[in-house]
Design a binder for this molecule. Structure first.
Ligand code: ADP
Ligand code: MG
Length: 365
């Protein structure tokens, strides 16, 4: 097991700064995910850690040992790529044994290690097949076995599931997670798929434009996003612009369109200012009649559409002034489905509302 320390990593390509000062510590045995949209620098960071790229500034430590000048093949990292990168002319056994043969290990040791890792990747019985006789999922497991067989201190995976179909992706991400936990190997995993990141990770670093916006557990990232970008990229959310106003008895209220809602936004009542609010669809309850609830705030609207997805119904509700909110009702029952065109009230728990500064994008806490 190993810790990885990244200290102010900068990487520039002609015309673009792909990494703008990345500082982070990855813990021993941790499943750490780099999550962000295409082009945000995930692959560049992974390849820099692997030693395929040299950073322009900053330092990388593995187990507190500076590895800036250690070549890729001596860094003791295993890499799994998006496009499998298995050797097409070699059998499964030869593919997996490749790294061990390069290290000139004795034949019986190689056999033993390959056997063990193929079992783990559920590829026993496939030893003599060539990659063209394997499915995408099996090829990717060969890639995984090949990276693991050399017993690297650090496992690096760059979107390893993105070429698989949806069902296999879901199955494989759980397998990868299980194997990683069994081996306890420190892992950095790259994905642009926020759901995959939430499911697989101990901690997630959300990246954009060469910078890390937030690092946290899946729970922290989803429930406690630190800025508008994280709130919008991870999970689905409703954004509304609102104006903080002083209400009756000095209480704060927020004007959204032409409606007023209760708020506990932590800004002073003297400051009348525009802010952005965010509410997750699953927090909003649709009601046919208005309710009074001290812990909730209520908006009025009209259902535009409802979509049944099986476990839930997604309602889109027009709240006027161009504000459309999505609400999800879980375990729907036919007799309570609300039809398009119906007038409704949207009940929103006050504590589920997050507030963001419109100018900086940062969370107001
Ligand atoms: P991601 O993996 O998050 O999609 P990348 O790390 O591949 O992002 O790319 C980050 C940025 O660096 C992008 O703007 C990309 O165009 C640029 N970039 C990546 N690799 C190279 C390269 N070898 N040469 C020039 N620019 C590159
Ligand atoms: Mg990439």
């Amino acid at each position: 097991m190993a810790t990885i320390k990244l200290e102010n990593i900068h990487k520039r390509f002609p015309g673009v700064e792909a990494l703008k000062g990345i500082t982070e510590e990855i813990r021993s045995g941790e499943f750490f995910t780099l999550l962000g949209p295409s082009g945000c620098g995930k692959t560049t960071l992974l390849r820099t850690i692997a030693g395929f790229y040299r950073q322009d500034e900053g330092h990388i430590y593995i187990d507190d040992k500076l590895i800036d000048d250690v070549p890729a093949y001596d860094r003791n990292t295993g890499m799994v790529f998006q496009n499998y990168a298995v050797f097409p002319h070699m059998t499964v056994f030869e593919n997996v044994a490749f790294g061990l043969k390069n290290r000139k290990l004795p034949h019986d040791v190689i056999r033993q290690k390959v056997k063990h890792v193929l079992e783990m990747a559920r590829l026993t019985g496939f030893e003599e097949r060539t990659p063209d006789q394997l499915s995408g999922g099996q090829q990717q497991r060969v890639g995984l076995a090949r990276a693991m067989v050399i017993e690297p201190k650090v496992l690096l995976m760059d979107e390893p599931l993105s070429n698989l179909d949806a069902k296999l992706r879901v199955q494989m991400r759980e397998e990868i997670r299980e194997i990683q936990k069994k081996l306890g190997i420190t892992t950095i995993y790259v994905t642009h798929d926020q759901e995959e990141a939430l499911v697989i990770s101990d901690r997630i670093a959300v990246m954009k434009d060469g910078e890390i916006h937030q690092v946290g557990t899946s729970w922290e990232i989803y429930k406690n996003p630190s800025d508008i970008f994280v709130a919008s990229f991870v999970g689905e959310t409703n954004f509304m612009e609102g104006e903080v106003q002083k209400g009756e008895k000095g209480r704060l209220i927020i004007r959204i369109g032409d409606q007023l809602i209760k708020a506990n936004v932590p800004v002073s009542s003297k400051e009348v200012r525009r802010i952005k609010l965010s509410v997750r669809p699953e927090e909003i309850t649709l009601l046919r009649d208005r309710v009074e609830d001290a812990d909730s705030t209520v908006l009025k609207g009209k259902v535009i559409k409802n979509i049944f997805t099986g476990p839930l119904i997604r309602y889109t509700v027009d709240c006027g002034n161009g504000i459309n909110l999505v609400s999800e009702t879980h375990r729907p029952e036919l007799k309570t489905v609300i039809e398009a065109g119906s007038s409704v009230f949207l009940k929103i728990p006050i504590k589920s509302i997050l507030y963001f500064d419109l100018d900086t994008g940062k969370r107001i806490r």
